[in-house]
Design a protein around this ligand. Structure first.
Ligand SMILES: [Zn+2]
Length: 272
């Protein structure tokens, strides 16, 4: 599943191709992804001049004047830049052609992704975006904030970190990796975190995400970088997906448990 680093990598990759370009054509070849697509989506997009491409959480927002095209990659979605001679691939569901003749294509085998437009800023109006927590790499996600949000919460710290109302974009992989780096067990009750724990955790989350973005995002399942090359961050995972393999620090077996129906990995020796 694409997580924040993959989404940021996608934005970084497509942005130069989209900026200041006009949309000349739009093709929708599916009725429904996660939800039914707006019937007037393709009609309303023509002649929009793209002024910016931004990320909020795992949402990609392509902006024009009074126009917001929102794309979520879901479980298996990818965006790639194509030219007119590049053949369509299986599961290409949506594309926009630019006046530069480049094409932005959305491919999604499992169809859990989202594409919708709005004429008002979705960050201030759309039910999925309005309550999003702070960005993990911004200053308002800090130890004081995490400490405050973890008080009186009985849930596992890993679940708290994966709640997008608390902080956006810390998915299963990076929650596991950050908890290992800060030596905190994923199942530890949020309310028992100390101020020191929160400091360590916030620093670890920022460090892990920055490193992943730098390396171009990971490619565990179906993620393909916009230029078609695969990312390689997965080779660096310390605990994620390493069940029964030796911990890099103490050589104990990495354990796998379920927390909130999601696989979680940790070292019982290094993480308390
Ligand atoms: Zn260990």
């Amino acid at each position: 599943m694409p997580e924040l680093p993959e989404v940021q990598t996608t934005v970084n990759g497509i942005r130069p191709y989209l900026l200041n370009k006009k949309i000349t054509k739009c093709k929708v070849s599916v009725e429904k992804l996660r939800w039914k697509l707006q019937s007037d989506l393709s009609k309303n997009i023509i002649n929009i001049k793209i002024t910016d491409v931004i990320r909020r959480g795992k949402y990609i927002i392509i902006l024009g004047k009074n126009y917001y095209l929102v794309i979520h990659l879901g479980m298996t979605g990818t965006l790639r830049i194509a030219t007119k001679t590049d053949k369509l691939k299986k599961h290409d569901h949506f594309e926009i052609t630019l006046n530069s003749n480049y094409i932005l294509r959305f491919n999604d085998p499992r169809k859990f992704g989202m594409v919708f437009y709005s004429n008002i800023c979705p960050l201030k109006s759309h039910r999925l975006l309005i309550n999003l927590g702070p960005e993990p790499l911004e200053q308002d996600f800090n130890s004081k904030y995490l400490y405050m949000r973890s008080r009186n919460r009985n849930i596992a710290i890993k679940s708290l970190l994966m709640n997008s109302n608390v902080v956006v974009g810390v998915g299963n992989i990076y929650a596991s990796e950050s908890l290992f780096l800060s030596k905190i067990r994923p199942q530890k009750k949020s309310s028992t975190l100390t101020k020191r724990n929160c400091e360590d955790l916030v620093l670890s989350i920022k460090k892990v995400l920055k490193k992943a973005i730098k390396k171009g995002g990971s490619s565990i399942n179906d993620y393909v970088n916009v230029d078609g090359k695969r990312g390689y961050f997965q080779y660096d995972f310390k605990v994620y997906g390493r069940t029964s393999k030796p911990c890099h620090i103490c050589q104990s077996d990495i354990l796998q448990i379920k927390i909130n129906q999601r696989s979680s990995f940790y070292c019982k020796n290094c993480q308390k």
